[in-house]
Design a protein around this ligand. Structure first.
Ligand SMILES: *[C@@H]1O[C@H](CO)[C@@H](O)[C@H](O)[C@H]1NC(C)=O
Ligand SMILES: *[C@@H]1O[C@H](CO)[C@@H](O)[C@H](O)[C@H]1NC(C)=O
Ligand SMILES: *[C@@H]1O[C@H](CO)[C@@H](O)[C@H](O)[C@H]1NC(C)=O
Length: 503
C-alpha cells in the first residue's frame, strides 16, 4: 500500500509508528512459495551450456585448472615447493603443485598461477620460475594447440621462444625454431583439464567486451520473459528469488570484464512480477571478490576474496544500498538477501556478522518493511550462529539450503532413504532453527534431484512432495532451484509441465 494511503488511515503519527512496529514483529500469514531465477543475471554454465558456445578456446576459460605432461619425459611440470622457486618436470603423478590456474588475457594468451599463488615467468638464464606475485608481460604465454588431437600443446614464451623440459630438473623458456609435435620434442606437452569454472567472470572475459555485451544482453532478454511470470502465477508460485551480481550496481558500465544491462533486466522482472502478482526477493548471489570461490559467485579462479578488507565490505554494503533505494518503493519488493552462501572458514563469523548488521541498516534506510534475509554460512558453521544478531532486528530471515547432494552421505542412499532423510533429518534441522521469537526461516534453495540413478517419475513425485511438505513448514517459505535448466529435474518449469511437481 502506498505511504499516503496508509497515513490517511492513521489517526496520528504516534499510532502510525506503533502500527508499523507491531506489524513488523508478526509472523506473516503469507508463505513464500518461490522459485529461483538461477542462471539468468548471474551466469552458471551448467544451467545453459550453449551460452559459452561462441567463446574461442571455450575449454580454456579464466580460472581453468590445467596440468602439463612432457611427452618426451613422461613427467609433469611442477612448481617446486608449490611456488616461489623454479619450475621442474620430475613428477610422475600430478596434484596441487603440478596444477596451474589459467589467467586468460586474450583468446590464446595465458598466465599460469601456481599452487602458492605466484605466476610462471622467465627467470635468470631463461629458467622457468614461479616468483612473480602479480603477472605482467614476462608471465604471459601463448598456448598453441595441436589441432589434430587438441591435447598436445606448445607453450610460447614472451621472448618468442618455447618452454621446454630439457631434463627433469631443468625447465627453460629457450626452445628456438619449430618444436614440432613429436614424442621426442622437449617443448610439447599433453594438456589435461582438471577443473573448469563457467561463471559470469569467465563468460564475459572469454567473449571480450564487445561480444560479451551482445551475448549477455541477448541472454538477459530471452532466458526469462514475461510469459514465465504468467506461467509461475498460474502454477502456484507466488514469488521469485532473483540472484544478482555486485556489478549490477554500476550498470551500465561495470568494472571489466563484466558488462552492463542486467539492471534493466531486473527492472523488467519487477514490472512483470507486479503485473502477475508475484513478490520479488533480490539475492546478492555474487559479491565482490567472491564469498565462496564457486562459479555462481563469479569467482575469477576459485579464490574467495570477499570480506578480506573493510573496503570490500563497504563496497558490498553500497551495492545493497543501491538495490534497496532503487526498489524500496516498488510494490513487488518483498525482501533483500544480503549475500548468498558465504563459505566458512574463509568468511569468519565476525566478518559476516559485521556485514549483515551494516547491510541490514542499508536496507532499513530505504525500507522499514522489506524482509532482510541472511544466508547461513556453508561449510563448518553453527546453524544458529546468526541468532544473536537476527533476534535483535526486525523482519529478519535466516536462509538455509537443503540439497540431498554435494556430500558423500547421499551417494548410496536409495529412493526411500532420501525421502526419510527429508522427513526426519531435514525437518529436525529446520525445527532447530525455527523459534517463536527468532528470525523467520527460509529454505531458499532445494531441488527434487538426488544421486539415485534411474528413478521413476513416481519416485521423483514422492521426493518432491516430501520436500514441499517439510519445507512448507519453514516460517518464511521456500524457493526451488531453479526455474529453467537444461537438466530437467533442476527446472521447475519442466517439473511442472511434466507433472513431477504440483503445487
Ligand atoms: C625435483 O627436482 C628438484 C630440483 O632438482 C628437487 O629439489 C626435487 O627433490 C625433485 N623432486 C622429485 C620428486 O624428484
Ligand atoms: C551456536 O550458536 C548459538 C548462538 O550463538 C549458541 O547459543 C550455541 O551454543 C551454539 N552452538 C554450538 C554447538 O556451538
Ligand atoms: C538422520 O537422523 C537420524 C536420526 O537422528 C540419524 O541416526 C542419522 O545418522 C541421520 N542421517 C544422516 C545421513 O545424517
Amino acid at each position: 500500500m502506498a505511504i499516503s494511503n496508509f497515513a490517511n488511515r492513521c489517526f496520528g503519527l504516534t499510532l502510525c509508528l506503533l502500527l508499523v512496529y507491531v506489524g513488523a514483529r508478526e509472523t506473516p500469514n503469507f508463505k513464500f512459495r518461490a522459485v529461483n531465477l538461477g542462471g539468468w543475471l548471474v551466469t552458471e554454465g551448467w544451467i545453459k551450456p550453449s551460452l559459452f558456445d561462441g567463446v574461442p578456446n571455450k575449454d580454456l576459460l579464466f580460472g581453468t585448472q590445467v596440468q602439463f605432461k612432457s611427452v618426451k619425459l613422461g613427467t609433469y611440470l611442477c612448481a617446486e615447493g608449490g611456488g616461489g622457486s623454479i619450475i621442474v618436470a620430475n613428477r610422475t603423478s600430478a596434484s596441487g603443485w603440478e596444477s596451474f590456474k589459467l589467467w586468460r588475457t586474450t583468446n590464446v594468451k595465458y598466465q599460469f598461477k601456481v599452487f602458492n599463488g605466484q605466476f610462471i615467468g622467465q627467470g635468470v638464464g631463461l629458467d622457468a620460475v614461479a616468483v612473480a606475485n602479480t603477472p605482467g608481460s614476462t608471465e604471459t604465454f601463448e598456448i598453441i594447440r595441436n589441432t589434430q588431437d587438441n591435447k598436445r600443446v606448445q607453450i610460447k614464451g614472451p621472448n618468442g621462444m618455447f618452454l621446454q623440459a630439457k631434463t627433469q630438473d631443468r625447465v627453460t623458456v629457450d626452445f628456438q625454431g619449430d618444436p614440432g609435435w613429436g614424442d621426442d620434442s622437449p617443448a610439447v606437452f599433453v594438456l589435461s583439464i582438471v577443473n573448469t569454472l563457467q561463471g559470469e567472470y569467465q563468460i564475459t572475459n572469454g567473449y571480450g567486451p564487445e561480444k560479451a555485451t551482445k551475448v549477455m544482453n541477448d541472454h538477459w532478454n530471452s532466458f526469462i520473459v514475461e510469459d514465465d511470470f504468467k506461467f509461475m502465477s498460474k502454477n502456484g508460485i507466488n514469488s521469485v528469488r532473483i540472484p544478482v551480481g555486485w556489478w549490477i550496481a554500476s550498470d551500465p558500465a561495470p568494472p571489466s570484464p563484466f558488462v552492463g544491462g542486467s539492471l534493466k533486466a531486473l527492472d523488467r522482472a519487477f514490472t512483470w512480477a507486479e503485473k502477475y502478482g508475484l513478490k520479488v526477493i533480490i539475492d546478492l548471489h555474487a559479491a565482490p571478490g567472491s564469498q565462496n570461490g564457486f562459479e555462481h559467485s563469479a569467482s575469477t579462479d576459485g579464490s574467495q576474496e570477499w570480506g578480506k578488507t573493510q573496503e570490500n565490505i563497504d563496497l558490498t554494503v553500497s551495492v545493497i544500498e543501491f538495490l534497496a533505494s532503487r526498489y524500496a518503493s516498488r510494490e513487488g519488493l518483498a525482501a533483500v538477501e544480503l549475500i548468498n552462501e558465504p563459505l566458512s572458514p574463509g568468511v569468519s563469523l565476525e566478518t559476516i556478522t559485521k556485514y549483515y548488521r551494516a547491510g541490514y541498516d542499508a536496507v532499513r534506510k530505504h525500507s522499514p518493511t522489506a524482509y532482510v534475509i541472511m544466508s547461513n554460512r556453508l561449510g563448518p558453521a553453527n546453524s544458529t550462529e546468526l541468532f544473536p544478531l537476527a533476534n535483535r532486528l526486525r523482519h529478519t530471515v535466516i536462509d538455509v539450503h537443503y540439497y540431498n547432494l554435494f556430500s558423500s552421505e547421499f551417494d548410496t542412499m536409495t529412493v526411500q532413504q532420501n525421502i526419510d532423510f527429508v522427513y526426519n533429518n531435514r525437518s529436525q534441522q529446520l525445527n532447530s532453527i525455527t523459534r517463536a521469537n527468532g528470525p523467520l526461516t527460509f529454505v531458499g534453495e532445494w531441488v527434487a534431484e538426488w544421486q539415485v540413478q534411474g528413478a521413476s517419475q513416481a519416485d521423483y513425485q514422492r521426493f518432491a512432495k516430501a520436500q514441499l511438505e517439510v519445507y512448507g513448514r519453514a516460517s518464511f517459505g521456500w524457493a526451488y532451484w531453479t526455474l529453467k535448466n537444461v537438466n530437467n529435474h533442476w527446472s521447475l518449469q519442466w517439473m511442472i509441465q511434466n507433472k513431477y511437481i504440483q503445487l
